[in-house]
Design a protein around this ligand. Sequence first.
Ligand SMILES: Nc1ncnc2c1ncn2[C@@H]1O[C@H](COP(=O)(O)OP(=O)(O)O)[C@@H](O)[C@H]1O
Ligand SMILES: [Mg+2]
Length: 394
Amino acid sequence: MSTNDPSQTNGMILVVDDTIANLRLLIALLEAAGYSANGAADGETALMICENKPPELILLDVRMPEMDGFEVCHRLKLNEKTRNIPVIFISALDDVDDKVKGFEVGAVDYITKPFRSNEVLARVSSHISLFRMRQEIEQANIKLRELDKLKSLFIASMSHELRTPLNSIIGFSCILLQGISGELSPQQKDDVQRINRSGKHLLDLISEVIDISKIEAGRVEVSPQQVSLQELIQEAVDNMLPMAKEKNMVIKIRTDASPQIVTDHKYLLQCLLNLLSNAIKYSVQGTVQIHVHSENDHIQIAVEDNGIGISEENITRVFDAFERLENHIKLQAGGTGLGLYLTKKIVTELLQGKIDAKSQENVGSTFSLYIPHTLAARQVDTDELNQTESSRPL
Ligand SMILES: Nc1ncnc2c1ncn2[C@@H]1O[C@H](COP(=O)(O)OP(=O)(O)O)[C@@H](O)[C@H]1O
Ligand SMILES: [Mg+2]
């Protein structure tokens, strides 16, 4: 019935009413307000129009012969193509049951007969804007998901390109430092040491960013398996012994349980290595203790140090990305500020556990992992991003 071009109007509306006088009245009202309005006198015609040319809003009469408004609305909601079109019911005044049922079958609003023009236009306008906003958000979400996927793909594919030359920089600077290519002057040695340190720092940073991006993209495969906690902790300690020895520190394991658990060995090890490396890095001397405590539904693994500690106001910040607290040890300790952020992600998003930190400045810190006895297997998206990264201290 409309002759207007929908793109030039305030919105495209379908009016469905078996009373032709009502249909004419509503269409005239809507067109006068700048909308493009279409009419249908029965449910079948309405469904056909919606299928072929979905409007932005439907004004739907409840009482119609053959197919009533509820049935039309029900069918619209079953169809992927039409389910999101907002429906406003037209019902007789004070018919509370109709109104309630209308909302139950998916309507967004109702208008009572006899109409008041300004009320009809106010409701139509507000639902058209809501519909458009929702569509914009949906489009933006689709775009964001695409961009996020692209970002992850980009980072994953850059991984190899970045690591290869970096390994070369680190490897050859090591050869130079060992004097294999000839003795270096003290100044040259100092310069090459800087190159080596920066190379290693960059490699850590790249590895962490890649791990984080894979987890965020949901592209990490966890492999729950029987793990002997005692062996896993021993493996972590053995890995960290050289770093501890350099600072004359010892690592002690204190357990009241050494259970077999079902978890992802690689990722739990990665978390533990990170906590141990922090405990050593942020201590001047002393002992690092690992406590294992078994509860009904989880295992607590606590890494306790008597290092520099963290003040109460800073303790929550340590899990933020790129957060490195100001302290006298910061420069010498080196780091990226991503270790605990990544560890928290691994623990919560992959291992279905929790992490917390307790600390007192100049006394020491305890970081605890709470891991379920049995990690439930989950469906994963396997594709090119699922390359496995080796476990390493962060
Ligand atoms: N055991 C600890 N004792 C004191 N401070 C710590 C400890 N672990 C972490 N921190 C603080 O939290 C910050 C973030 O830790 P992390 O994310 O592992 O980053 P990084 O070790 O690369 O600096 C560290 O820079 C440090 O200031
Ligand atoms: Mg760290």
